[in-house]
Design a protein around this ligand. Structure first.
Ligand code: PLP
Length: 370
């Protein structure tokens, strides 16, 4: 039968398509192409959903990270701690502002930044900021990281590109902390545009003002007061996002139900899966499992492919193994092992119990042959 990894046909159903076309026609009629009423509506509603005061939209999730670092005055000569497991943009934004990434190792069970590793790194490196990532939608241990960073005045930018609708370990929404939190609305994320978009969440009015200036060429009522970016969000993207807010909660419940069913079905197999304690918190952007080693991972991916079951390697390599980052200092050993062993199973809001049963039956057959 097969199980697809994503399901855009169900996400963009007939009624949604009709409503979104109405909005796009409205934008064309009004000639309001960059920023507009849908941006304002989305920013207000998304702030409320994620438990924060401000969530200015920007052009994409990578810009969101870069602008967040700039808002904290991170620049040339500064060091920024990042985990070895993330999308490349988590490292790229550091290099883009002229700073240097330093790797903090991860927890082998989750791929999340490990506070113990951070404790060792801050002994050796004077960090200006860290970027913990809520990878796969699992919440990073923000309270523990804050207890290390706050006394040393190390700023925290939470990369929540994969965390829309998810919760921190304290049960509050991702984005509700006093850090800066960045989101991406790339088409594959839980909440997604028809192209690129991102947002930066803050509780702080002054930081919000600064972000608004940086995203729009440093513009202020009295002229250009700093050199910023063109990182405004298109009105059409905001219109799509604002409409999709109506369905994000329902869609995330679909993901959570699938994760719960996976966890029940997968228990007796020789692999590692996300702990039940994350069921209520994660946004379940992805469902990662860890197998024995890289060879077994590659074999499993082929086995699933032969049965038309989608899977994906997030991430094929750890960040410290990527060519432009190989010289970066820090702790990386566990990230390398984690990437070698991790493969993501089909996860989207529309996965049924039958789908999960089919995927797990395939895993069972695979491990019989191992
Ligand atoms: C998608 C993603 C980004 C980058 O977002 P874009 O909108 O594609 O620029 C950054 N970090 C993580 C963890 C991501 O998954």
């Amino acid at each position: 039968m097969g199980v697809p990894f994503y399901n855009f046909t169900k996400l963009h159903h007939e009624k949604f398509n009709l409503l979104v076309k109405e909005r796009i026609n409205n934008i064309i009629d009004k000639n309001a192409f960059v920023e507009g009423e849908y941006n304002a509506s989305f920013e207000k509603r998304f702030s409320k959903m994620q438990g924060t005061n401000f969530s200015p939209l920007v052009a994409n999730g990578t810009d969101a990270l870069e602008i967040a670092l700039e808002a904290f005055d991170v620049g040339v000569g500064d060091k920024v701690g990042i985990p070895g497991i993330s999308f490349f943009a988590t490292a790229e934004c550091v290099i883009s502002v002229g700073a240097t990434p330093v790797f903090i190792d991860i927890d082998l069970k989750t791929g999340l930044m490990d506070p113990e590793s951070l404790k060792r790194i801050v002994e050796k490196h004077k960090l200006k900021a860290i970027i913990p990532v809520h990878i796969y939608g699992l919440p990073a241990p923000i309270a523990e990281l804050e207890s290390i960073c706050n006394p040393l005045n190390i700023k925290i930018v939470e990369d929540a590109a994969q965390g829309q609708g998810g919760f921190l370990q304290n049960g509050q929404p991702i984005g509700s902390s006093n850090n800066l939190t960045t989101f991406s609305f790339y088409p594959t994320k839980n909440l997604s545009a028809f192209g690129d978009a991102g947002a930066i969440l803050t509780q702080d009015e002054k930081l919000n003002e600064r972000i608004l200036q940086i995203r729009n060429h440093g513009r202020s009522p009295s002229g250009h007061i700093l050199s910023g970016h063109n990182s405004r969000c298109d009105h059409i993207q905001a219109a799509v996002l604002d409409l999709k807010l109506d369905e994000i909660e329902k869609n995330n419940l679909g993901r959570k139900a699938a994760a719960k069913f996976y966890n029940q079905q997968i228990k007796d197999l020789p692999l590692q899966y996300p702990a039940d304690s994350y069921l209520a918190l994660s946004s379940w952007h992805l469902y990662p499992i860890q197998v024995k080693d890289q060879t077994q991972k590659i074999a499993l991916q082929q086995f699933l492919k032969d049965r038309e079951i989608g899977s994906a390697l997030f991430y094929m390599k750890s960040l410290p193994e990527e060519l432009p980052l190989q010289q970066c200092d820090g702790e990386k050993e566990k990230a390398v092992e984690f990437a070698a062993r991790t493969i993501c199973l089909p996860m989207n809001p529309f996965i049924t119990q039958d789908d999960v049963t089919e995927v797990v039956a395939a895993l069972r057959d695979f491990f019989k042959e191992q």
